[in-house]
Design a protein around this ligand. Structure first.
Ligand code: KDG
Ligand code: MG
Length: 408
């Protein structure tokens, strides 16, 4: 059989998603997530203008060969747009193969290594009281791990903090529908460094030692600032400190490592195994944070995680709301199958999104399972998708208090 139809759907049920659908000559369909937050149309055009016609007529079973054809074939390699496009094709082909086998995808990846995958939720609040409320809410829902982000005195709205008032929030969304230009936020690392350790102390005091606490630095610290921070927060036993320094500077983490035993995670802005070469071989990180959607799909992610496993490094696959339910399903099948699973990020999608993408995920006491439908287990309702037109939305730009553009 061969690939017959290749469709790209852009939908915006509260936020934008790009989805690839491949249909084979015998009518089997596969879905792939191609969503790149704030640059959605670039990936959609890459797929529809350059990739779709190359796929038609190819054998849908040749997943590795198709991956290499799309990666090596065009000469220009890597980058988030290319790798998101390749990821979408790869996911769709695995979805088809698993449907043909009549099995959930994780069975083709070696079968389940666990009963469910531990997930972490996003708890945030503008101050400690609001944050504590959110953590309590997630604990009541059964979560055993939370990422905590809070406001910093002297700054306004900052990364990762919901300003929707107290209570549990499922749908913190960093990309803003701000018209032609991104919104702007302000930042001051000095305020952050002096405020945050006290927050972790309060959390440990209120919630005890069982709760897994994660935190995202969102690439904002210099190497020496990150080293100091990682050392200062050691007593609070974080599960991980994520993205403490800018992602493209792999050797920055040497300095952090030399000074602290706080576990480190990085990689949501990476798009290939080469972004990790130094980090993995020098054991500078503990968790790989790539998204399946941005790193070339299931084929590439499995190789990356196997490489990490050799060095005792675990997975922490990126799973914010800008990964569609299709990308999330790909992550969950991998999580269930691999041996070196660490934890999975989980921000449940809003109701409108789950009408467009019907999933078979189940959540039980802090653990997710992708379900046992053949393939990825996600259906796209194209009529529902068509009701939500693409709306320009951007991640905010971050400036220091004096106006200098800073890492976001
Ligand atoms: O598109 C960017 C978001 O996915 C990112 O800001 C979310 O840092 C993030 C996280 O850890 O989920
Ligand atoms: Mg992050």
């Amino acid at each position: 059989m061969t690939i017959e139809i290749v469709d790209v759907t852009i939908t915006s049920p509260g936020r934008n998603f790009v989805t690839l659908k491949i249909t084979t000559s015998d009518g089997i369909t596969g879905l792939g997530d191609a969503t790149l937050n704030g640059r959605e149309l670039a990936v959609a055009a890459y797929l529809s203008e350059h990739v779709a016609s190359m796929l038609v007529g190819r054998d849908e079973d040749r997943i590795e060969d198709t991956w290499q054809y799309l990666y090596r074939g065009p000469y220009w390699r890597r980058g988030p747009v290319t790798m998101a496009a390749i990821a979408a094709v790869d996911m769709a082909l695995w979805d088809i193969k698993a449907k043909k086998a009549g099995m959930p995808l994780y069975q083709l990846l070696g079968g389940a290594s666990r009963e469910g995958v531990r997930v972490y939720a996003h708890a945030s609040g503008t101050d400690y009281a609001a944050l504590s409320n959110a953590i309590t809410g997630y604990k009541e829902l059964g979560y055993t791990a939370v990422r905590v982000q809070t406001g910093v005195p002297g700054l306004g709205q900052i990364y990762g903090v919901s300003n929707a008032g107290p209570g549990v929030r499922y749908d913190y969304e960093p990309a803003k529908r701000s018209g032609a230009r991104p919104a702007e936020e302000t930042w001051d690392t000095r305020n952050y460094l002096s405020h945050m350790p006290g927050i972790f102390a309060q959390i440990r005091e209120e919630f005890g030692t069982d709760l897994r606490i994660l935190h995202d630095g969102h690439h904002r610290m210099s190497p020496i600032e990150a080293a100091r921070f990682a050392k200062d927060i050691e007593p609070y036993d974080l599960f991980w400190l994520e993205d403490c320094t800018p992602g493209e500077d792999q050797t920055a983490l040497r300095l952090v490592r030399q000074h602290s035993t706080t576990p480190l995670a990085i990689g949501e802005v990476f798009n290939s195994v080469y972004d990790y070469q130094t980090l993995i071989t020098e054991r500078l990180i503990d968790y790989v944070r790539s998204a399946v959607t941005h790193t070339g799909g299931i084929t590439a992610m499995k190789k990356l995680l196997d490489f990490a496993a050799i060095y005792g490094i675990k997975s922490g696959i990126h799973g914010p709301t800008d990964i569609s339910p299709v990308g999330m399903a790909a992550a969950l099948h991998l999580d269930l199958a691999i041996h070196n699973f660490g934890i999975q990020e989980y921000m449940p999608h809003n109701e409108k999104t789950l009408e467009v993408f019907q999933t078979s995920f189940t959540f039980d006491e802090g653990f997710l399972h992708p379900g046992d439908l053949p393939g990825l287990g996600v259906e796209l309702d194209e009529e529902a998708a068509a009701a939500h037109e693409y709306t320009k939305a951007y991640l905010p730009v971050n400036r220091l208090l004096d106006g200098t553009v800073h890492d976001w």
